[in-house]
Design a binder for this molecule. Structure first.
Ligand SMILES: [Zn+2]
Length: 685
């Protein structure tokens, strides 16, 4: 790897932050921390940390010696000065004289020595940085260094590469003890330029930013060059000739990997999936010894909180054989869970105090022939698990290419997985009601559909916005957020519906909630209306709902975790309007379609409900239409829009709340919720 240091860029950082009152030391620290953080071969999702020792003024204006060290919750790639909280250095250094310090006491001591009480918690490796004398310290979990040291002969290999230039520290869980052992090793070798923490990562240090950063890039380059020498490749195993599609296998895997299911109560704790594949991933997955090298444990212990200690391996899925494959997947998950329980019991026996077992469901699934899946509580968490799994593939491939992969022992991995300071990184915020669910909204590009897509996302669901107008779908998706999917789809074409739903399954792992909303109004007196108009309306206002529901149910059955169908019907389905037959007739059929799905699929936990809304400004009822109708009745627009029992205009947001409400009601099916401000002729029961 090359150094990406630039004097000009470094100067820009210093100038930019000087304007915000940030000193040069910290500005440069931000600059090279970002250089390191931008490279996934060095650090991933909160891994790694950096520090600088400098002087700052406290509240009284007294200059104090501080260490600015990466705070938890910050990623190195986009760090700001606020992400490197300043801690008084001298009190931290005095801790070295202690024999013992608990994690809780360490965290507390670090916090009470912060200059800013509102700053994030300084890294768990703060004391390691504090006990060393160097001004700048850089720490990464470099892929190449891990491949070199995650070996039975890891230390010998590392010594061959780095010689006397670095200190070698045996694996110890981060915290006070590790900080002391690094400091002791350093005392014996005061001229070293860095330290290799076996089976964990690498440190570089120096008294100026650039040297410390470039020592890191140089060490990593040396490791990379060693990995290129004497490379072996994996021996391939046989896989089926024709493999099933990713969109078909994802819902089966997702259903098998739920965290808990209380089917009677309708409560299922699901996971979201993130699929990855590449030639390197396939090479790894198709290796004859996959079962050996993939099950040794994580490449560096802090990955356990995201990926658990091992991935689940399932057989390659042969096309046309998915029923049989589903049985094999379920067996593999049962075995995985049993294995996890044993791992927990075995390690908890020696743990003090005793731990509470975490959920045993897989966070990474390896599918030979296809690729890998990351799993998590949200699309974001699933992507993090997938990033780490991809990185793991790289480390193990490199490790096996020169010798044999062997990370730190299970006991060390367990200690990190169940370490309170690691679990704290995941956060304990309560989940939103629709978290872990995947929601598709048709006609999501505007009006009620757009409002519903937003409301579902605000309630925690992962959302896919489908619209015939792809640009409109993209616009709404962008308004909601990064992980929202936008798909162009004409729901009157069953093939497009299939393709769109497959895209959702591939992106998130399946589908739980479908808001079948797309519709349009056709008018005409029923005795004169031409055949073509009536049929067009039936295509969109009835048959499209059927193909959307049919495709959704197919995926929901593959998951086996129930589901929720929601139809946008209309006042016309219950109370026909004059000359509105072409619209009302298919909508009335859709109301029955909703009931039919409730009847036929209730036993699978699939609920089916409808929202009956009326007089909402939208693509169906445009502002021009409102003006002309109001004019025809001789009332103002506002009077026309609020012409209901409550005298209040009903908005798309009001309707969206009814869809969210129905999505949240685990024991409601075959119901219609009316959102029309009150219209006695169109009321149900
Ligand atoms: Zn580390």
């Amino acid at each position: 790897m090359k150094s990406r240091w630039s004097d000009a860029e470094a100067g820009e950082f210093v100038a930019r932050y000087a304007a915000q009152g940030v000193g040069e030391d910290l500005a440069l620290r931000v600059y090279t921390t970002r250089l390191l953080g931008a490279d996934p071969k060095l650090v991933l999702h909160g891994g790694g940390n950096t520090s600088v020792k400098t002087r700052m003024a406290d509240q009284l204006g007294d200059e104090v010696e501080v260490i600015c060290v990466k705070g938890s919750g910050w990623d190195m790639g986009n760090i700001e000065p606020a992400g490197l909280p300043a801690v008084r250095l001298q009190p931290l250094r005095r801790l070295r004289a202690l024999d013992k310090l608990s994690d809780e006491d360490m965290v507390n001591f670090q916090r009470i020595n912060l200059l800013d009480a509102a700053a994030p918690n300084p890294s768990v490796e703060t004391l390691l940085h504090a006990f060393l004398p160097h001004k700048f310290i850089d720490h990464t979990h470099s892929t190449a260094v891990l491949a070199l040291t995650d070996q039975p002969e890891g230390e010998a290999l590392a010594r061959e590469v780095f010689g006397q230039r670095v200190a070698y520290v045996p694996y110890t869980i981060p915290g006070f003890a590790l900080a002391k052992s690094v400091a002791a090793v350093f005392d014996g070798n005061p001229d070293v330029e860095g330290a290799v923490l076996l089976k964990h990562g690498i440190f570089s240090f120096a008294d100026d930013t650039r040297t410390s950063y470039e020592r890191m890039t140089e060490f990593v380059t040396l490791a990379e060059e060693r990995l290129q020498r004497g490379r072996k490749t994996f021996v391939r195993s046989q896989s089926p000739e024709k493999l099933a599609r990713t969109a078909e296998i994802a819902p089966i895997l997702r259903g098998a990997c739920v965290i808990s299911r209380e089917e009677q109560a309708g409560a299922v704790k699901r996971q979201i999936l993130c699929f990855r594949t590449s030639p390197a991933i396939l090479e790894y997955l198709n290796g004859a010894e996959l079962k050996r090298y993939s099950q040794q444990g994580v490449v560096t212990p802090d990955h356990t909180i995201r990926t658990k200690n091992w991935p689940l391996i399932v057989p390659a899925p042969q096309s046309g054989e998915l029923e049989r494959w589903k049985g094999e997947v379920e067996k593999a998950v049962t075995k995985f869970v049993a294995h996890y329980h044993e791992y927990f019991a075995r390690n908890n026996a020696r743990a003090e105090p005793k731990k509470k077992e975490l959920d045993p469901s897989p966070r990474v699934i390896l599918v030979p022939g296809k690729g890998l899946f990351g799993l998590g509580a949200s699309a974001k968490d699933a992507a993090i698990a997938a990033d780490i799994a991809e990185n793991t593939v790289e480390v193990i491939t490199d490790a096996e290419a020169i010798a044999r992969y062997q990370p730190s022992p299970e006991a060390d991995q367990f200690d990190v997985e169940y370490w309170s300071l690691e679990q704290a990184k995941l956060g304990k915020a309560a989940e939103k009601p629709l978290a872990r669910q995947i929601c598709v909204v048709t006609g999501g590009g505007s009006g009620i559909g757009a409002a519903t897509a937003k409301a579902m996302a605000a309630d925690g669901a992962e959302v896919a916005v489908l619209d015939r107008d792809r640009a409109a779908a993209i616009h709404v998706a962008r308004e909601i957020g990064k992980s929202v999917l936008a798909i162009g789809c004409d729901v009157t074409k069953p093939d497009e519906v299939k393709r769109a739903f497959a895209e959702v399954s591939k992106a998130f792992g399946g589908i739980d909630i479908v808001v079948s909303n797309a519709g349009a109004a056709w008018q005409g007196r029923i005795g004169d209306v031409d055949e073509e108009t009536l049929r067009s309306s039936f295509e969109l206002n009835f048959f499209a709902h059927q193909s959307v529901a049919r495709e959704a149910v197919r995926i929901m059955l593959a998951q086996g975790t129930g589901g929720c169908l929601l139809f946008n019907t209309s006042k016309q389905a219950i109370n026909p309007g004059k000359d509105f037959g072409p619209y009302g007739l298919p909508k009335a059929s859709t109301l029955f379609l909703m009931k039919q799905y409730a009847l036929d699929y209730g036993r699978f936990g699939i609920r089916s409900n409808a929202v009956n809304a009326d007089r909402i400004r939208s693509g169906l009822l445009t502002n021009e239409m409102v003006a002309s109708r109001a004019g025809a009745r001789g009332v103002s627009e506002a009077q026309y829009m609020s012409g209901n029992l409550l005298g209040r205009e009903v908005t798309a947001e009001d309707v969206s709340q009814a869809f969210v409400f129905l999505a949240r009601m685990p024991k409601t099916t075959a119901a219609v919720v009316t959102v029309d401000g009150g219209n006695i002729e169109a009321s149900l029961r």
